[in-house]
Design a protein around this ligand. Structure first.
Ligand SMILES: Nc1ncnc2c1ncn2[C@@H]1O[C@H](COP(=O)(O)OP(=O)(O)O)[C@@H](O)[C@H]1O
Ligand SMILES: [Mg+2]
Length: 345
């Protein structure tokens, strides 16, 4: 029989639905994962095997095939562990297939069956809410998932706790939304002494959303002035806060499931590579310009940046988004930033 579990693949700020299909068929014992898995997904076989063994169950001595559908979409990340494990348990007849059908599942498994946090849970939760499904995610990320609104969130600490919940032996309590901390505005513009022209320029830039270049000798307060900018920008609207949190969620920096209400202030070092600044690399993660979305990107010592790196910022600054083209995927991250640069004469 074939068991089905819903999960997602992350493409930029989009979570696309992926179906995990598992078949246990007679034949030589084997455990294969197909459907364009990357290294982390292919390795999930070992984690799933160990986690199931840790519960005192053993895999059937049969031919186990897991397919991640659509098969032509590249799958990356470790969040496929839990959906693969649940599909396998479904195919083994341990978990009821109908129960599984009403959830989107994400989470990484440890060898002993505990669930570890993976980036992007907020996106998975919004995806689940759009499809009227519940979400199963690691306990640590329950508060993050709960932000998606009135969807059923199951956030077990380990695989066994989830199975006990399904059996009705010990019901999981729904997680509370992480409390959004009061924004910390950083240094106050009133602490800057003198520098009336610079302060006026900063205020005009804040009011009009302009980019700004400061030119002055070392120690004249350029870095200090730049760090005052987030404090004089208007507070994030709830929709903007969600966008900022979604970027933080895919980057895996949303601490404690707390929604971020702060305007980001990013200060990449001048030795930063193009991938670090605009995103991309082996795993497509948002770069500094996307992490600064709806906030401030401060480039200190502007002339020290490599020329190609600065040129790569041209497109995001013009269009407000970054497109990273990969061999077989194309992802877009938002990047509406206010750029502040500083240099010595
Ligand atoms: N106008 C100013 N008002 C108050 N403090 C200042 C002022 N200018 C400089 N400082 C102090 O000097 C330190 C160095 O300034 P910094 O912003 O790092 O200068 P720069 O980036 O231009 O080299 C700051 O930490 C700040 O405390
Ligand atoms: Mg400085």
């Amino acid at each position: 029989m074939v068991a089905l579990v819903q999960t997602v693949a992350y493409l930029g700020l989009e979570a696309r639905g992926v179906e995990v299909q598992c078949q246990v068929a007679p034949g030589l014992p084997a455990f294969n994962v197909v459907g364009l898995p990357d290294k982390a997904v292919a390795e999930s076989r070992e984690r799933v095997r160990a986690a199931i063994a840790a519960m005192g169950l053993s895999l059937p001595p049969k031919r186990i095939t897991v397919n991640l559908s659509p098969a032509d979409l590249p799958k990356a990340g470790s969040h496929y562990d839990l959906p693969i494990a649940l599909a396998l348990l479904g195919a083994m007849g341990i978990v009821d297939a109908e129960t599984l059908a009403s959830y989107v599942v994400v989470g990484e498994l440890s060898l002993d069956g505990r669930l570890a946090a993976t980036p992007g849970v907020l996106l998975a939760a919004l995806h689940a809410s759009g499809r009227d499904l519940g979400l199963i995610c690691p306990a640590l990320q329950g508060p993050e998932a709960a932000w998606a609104g009135d969807i059923e969130v199951l956030a077990p600490g380990d695989l066994l706790a989830l199975l006990n919940h399904f059996k009705g032996q010990s019901i999981l309590t729904p997680p509370e939304t992480g409390v959004a901390p009061e924004p910390d505005y950083g240094p106050d513009l009133k602490d800057v002494k003198g520098q009336e022209t610079a302060k006026r320029a900063l205020e005009i830039a804040a009011a009009g959303g302009h980019n700004l270049l400061m030119n002055g000798p070392p120690g004249s307060g350029k870095s200090m002035l730049a760090s005052c900018l987030p404090g004089i920008l208007p507070p994030l609207s709830p929709a903007e806060a969600l966008e900022v949190s979604m970027v933080a969620s895919v980057a895996g920096t949303l601490a404690g499931g707390q929604m971020s209400r702060q305007r980001p202030f990013r200060t990449p070092h001048h030795s930063a590579s193009m991938a670090a600044l605009v995103g991309g690399g082996l795993k497509v993660r948002p770069g500094e310009v996307s992490m600064a979305h709806l906030g401030v990107l401060f480039l200190d010592e502007l002339p020290e940046f490599q020329r190609p790196v600065l040129d790569s910022l041209r497109q995001p600054l013009e269009t407000g988004e970054v497109s990273v083209a990969r061999a077989n995927a194309h992802v877009t991250f938002p990047a509406r930033v206010q750029m502040v640069a500083a240099m010595n004469p």
